[in-house]
Design a protein around this ligand. Sequence first.
Ligand SMILES: [Zn+2]
Length: 149
Amino acid sequence: MHRKLLMNEERVRRNLTDDAGCVLCGVTQESILHVLRDCHGANVVWSQGEIKFRNGSVDSSIKFSGLCWLLWKNRNMYIFQQYNHTTEELICSSKTVVSTIKDAVANTDRSRLSWPVRIKWCPSSSGWVEINTDEAFNRDDEIHTATGW
Ligand SMILES: [Zn+2]
């Protein structure tokens, strides 16, 4: 993730802004470690979230990734929607993320897995505008769970 996610520290390095401060708490250097570990909400998720990690387990790696994703989304929700999660909401969301991941790992039915199909993007024909979207849904009940642009 180093230099891949545009924290303000990286945005300053790329001359996209002159303010390297954290948008959530105002600390002077918004680095990846700050957003995912040290910022107030992140610190609460890691210290009070009651999420257990076992060294080297796949389960722990997936939980770790899920929580990093949650914290990144939290930061972006504040920037783009001006919504600041409460500490309780973050802890609740972190439990939901971990629970969802654990259920998905436990209920993986290998027989339902299929080979990935590579889809190549192609430019649209002249005169057309193309909008790329994606979504995820539960195969069993076909309830849509996420849609992105
Ligand atoms: Zn912060």
